[in-house]
Design a protein around this ligand. Structure first.
Ligand code: ADP
Ligand code: MG
Length: 698
């Protein structure tokens, strides 16, 4: 295979391929559909389908699939081959416009949260022409939305597209008010930075906890962890470098702009960041990236762990969601402009985000809530569970000056009068310092840092787009009716700063004193766990906002809340069952066998010399024996908490019981097991240790 520029996007039915393989008329209609959402007629669909099929077959594809993102958080596909019988007894390769546009997977086993009774198995998938089709293996994958026959969304893409549309509509209203008549659409863009761990496949296979749950449930602290800070940005090991090289190649073929790669803080932890792109495509690409990461790893005898907290005591993995909004001509609306007028527009968009984050802290928090991410948020490595915003000193000074109507005394000592003066260009170095903030302004974009590494980025961006659209809607309503545009604009900006400055925090988010200040003085929300935050999806203010912008229906919200809580409980229950099984069938027997060996050694020594004290053996046997008793007792207690779950009245009650009884019992069981690991001969220990796992890739 040739140079990167030759194979980049070679597996994507992208604009270049469309131009080359479609007639001018068909291409033009399709472009209109892609760019402006125009309806596609069946003739055009047939022509596109035929061209797509020919291109796919020429590139080795035999099957096609509608590729979609059900609420399981991963992607789904059901393959159909292109073959169709021909009258002469052979087959021809066929693919119609109808098959391109709509699919009907038997979808009864995907979570629907009661939206689609299982007997009404049919859901349908609908082509999303804004995200290019691509070839994976021998299959043409067509990105699609997934809905029930009643029209309710059963996936993550549908509400994401709706949220983008809501943002587009409201942002255009604002731009028109500022005299922009040329922008055709406004889109949000995202660049997600993806963290992950790499361990050897051989060791992974020996750990049921990793295989069943993606994280270690046991493991004594290794002699060396991340305290030396010698991994971050360190030299990449040859085996990892080979992995990254192949990963990049596979991603580039799929048109994914993988750009940066480096070692992260924890041993065995790495990061990959693509160049940002339209949110919808970035979401598809991130799902694909996670899939390809795992696939390529297995080719290299490695396993890629995407869990938020695979190891206790070392950093977990997150996903920074870099988000901005821009017009179709490429004007970034979160970038301070060149003229006073552009600055006023920038400040209004900035205020829209400030208001959105404050008004919908709960939605942002719950958009990243999973059992896995609960281990991370609020630990000393990730942003706290309290949502706040970092703006940097310069921008903060500007906002203060506006609020108090005083001269702006920023770095450049300029006065700041809205609509009159030019804002200073913010220096990236001064805006990007704070790594502890959940939501940081980084010069011309916001970095939302609460996402977990395995999260689909759809949820966070749905809430972000919707909440900002709502601020813009309120602003546009007022400005369109304003008698004096400038005065109203000034008032609105000042009022937003006054009303919402509590959400702005430029200090250290990891500090305990901040949590106290945030919750006690500022009244910010601190939802520590998934069951704490998820039910607030159905708070009236949230339902009102999301339904009025047509991002979700009320029924969809109810179903999503149920599904997310069910996922939470199921995840923890699987972990608990795995723990019980490992403790009873692996750890306790191993400790017991070793205890017996030590006892036998003492016995043998005494046979030699009756007067030998055998203090080491006796002491060890006593300690190990008491540990096995505790392990067994704690495993039984954990099992009891699981049985009790039957009594839960509904999903919310169950998730609360999981949080309050199952998780604590899991922690209790882990303690004697980890202690036993430090006392038991390594030969006897049934699976690789933390040290083996974290330092195993050479
Ligand atoms: P870091 O945060 O590690 O310092 P960068 O800020 O350079 O790294 O980039 C992080 C991610 O932000 C990348 O995926 C990059 O493409 C993305 N990004 C850069 N500019 C924008 C933007 N205007 N909108 C959205 N994402 C962006
Ligand atoms: Mg970053």
């Amino acid at each position: 295979m040739g140079s990167v520029s030759e194979y980049f996007g070679s597996l994507v039915f992208d604009d270049r391929v469309m131009k080359a393989n479609l007639t001018a008329d068909v291409y033009r209609s399709l472009k209109k559909t892609i760019d402006e959402g125009a309806k596609l007629d069946i003739g055009v669909a047939n022509a596109v389908a035929a061209a797509m099929k020919d291109w796919a077959v020429a590139n080795g594809a035999i099957h096609y699939t509608h590729w979609f993102q059900p609420l399981t958080g991963i992607t789904a596909e059901k393959h159909d081959s292109f073959i169709s019988p021909s009258p002469d007894g052979g087959v021809i390769m066929e693919f119609s416009g109808k098959e391109l546009i709509k699919g009907e997977p038997d979808a009864s086993s995907f979570p629907s949260g009661g939206l689609r009774a299982t007997f009404e198995a049919r859901g349908y998938t609908a082509w999303d022409p804004t995200s290019y089709a691509f070839i994976k293996g021998k299959t043409l994958c067509i990105p699609t939305a997934f809905c029930s026959y009643g029209g309710e969304a059963l996936d993550k893409k549908t509400p994401l597209l709706r949220s983008m549309e809501a943002l587009n509509k409201q942002a255009l209203r604002i731009l028109r008010l500022f005299g922009n008549t040329s922008a055709k659409c406004v889109r949000s863009s995202v660049g997600p930075e993806q963290e992950y761990f790499l361990i050897t496949k051989e060791m992974y296979d020996k750990r049921p906890d990793l295989r069943f749950t993606g994280r270690t449930l046991f493991g004594a602290k290794p002699p060396k962890g991340q305290e030396m800070d010698d991994h971050y940005f360190g030299v990449i090991k040859p085996r990892v470098a080979e992995y990254m090289e192949e990963l990049n190649k596979e991603l580039w073929k799929l048109g994914i702009l993988a750009k940066t790669e480096h070692n992260e803080v924890a041993p065995a932890q790495h990061e990959l960041a693509p160049i940002y792109t339209t949110t919808n495509i970035a979401t598809d690409h991130n799902q694909l990236t996670m899939e390809i990461m795992q696939k390529v790893a297995s080719k290299h005898g490695l396993v890629c762990l995407l869990h938020e907290k695979p190891f206790a005591g070392v950093n977990g993995s997150g996903k920074h969601n870099n988000w901005s909004i821009a017009t179709d001509s490429g004007q970034n609306l979160l970038s301070p402009g060149e003229t006073p007028y552009e600055n006023a527009q920038f400040l209004l968009f900035l205020c829209a985000v400030i208001k959105a984050v404050d008004d919908y802290q709960d939605l942002l928090r719950l958009s990243v809530a999973t059992a896995g991410n609960d281990h991370r948020l609020g630990a000393n490595e990730a942003p706290p569970a309290v949502v706040s915003m970092f703006l940097g000193d310069e921008l903060n000074a500007v906002l203060e000056a506006i609020e108090n109507d005083t001269p702006y005394q920023g770095a450049q000592k300029t006065q700041m009068k809205l609509g009159v003066d030019v804002l200073p260009k913010f220096n990236r170095d001064t805006t990007d310092r704070n790594r502890t903030s959940p939501f940081a302004f980084t010069g011309n974009k916001f970095e939302f840092r609460m996402l977990g590494s395995s999260n689909s980025i759809a949820c966070a961006n749905i809430m972000l787009n919707a909440a900002v659209a709502e601020s813009l809607r309120i602003y546009a309503d007022r400005l369109e009716k304003a008698e004096d545009f400038k005065t109203t604009l000034n008032e609105m900006i000042r009022k937003t700063i006054k009303d919402h400055k509590r959400i702005i925090f430029n200090g250290n988010g990891y500090d305990d004193s901040w949590i106290k200040e945030a919750t006690e003085k500022r009244g910010l929300l601190n939802y520590r766990t998934t069951p704490d935050c998820m039910p607030h999806l159905l708070d009236k203010k949230n339902v009102d906002m999301l339904t009025s912008l047509k991002v979700f229906s009320e029924a969809e919200l109810k179903s999503r809340c149920d599904i997310m809580l069910e996922n939470y409980s199921k995840t923890v229950i699987i972990e608990a069952n795995t723990m019980v099984s490992m403790a009873k069938t692996q750890i306790a027997p191993a400790v017991e066998a070793y205890t017996a060996e030590v006892a036998r050694a003492a016995e043998a020594k005494k046979q030699l010399d009756r007067n030998l004290a055998c203090e080491y053996e006796t002491g060890l046997v006593r300690r190990l024996s008491s540990l096995t008793d505790r392990i067994f007792a704690k495993a039984e207690e954990l099992e009891k908490t699981l049985i009790e779950l039957n009594k839960a009245a509904d999903v919310i009650a169950e998730s609360e019981m999981v949080r309050d009884t199952v998780l604590p019992a899991m922690n209790e069981l882990r303690i004697p097991c980890d202690e036993a690991e430090t006392l038991t001969s390594k030969e006897y220990w049934p699976f690789p240790s933390y040290g083996d796992l974290l330092f195993g890739v050479k």
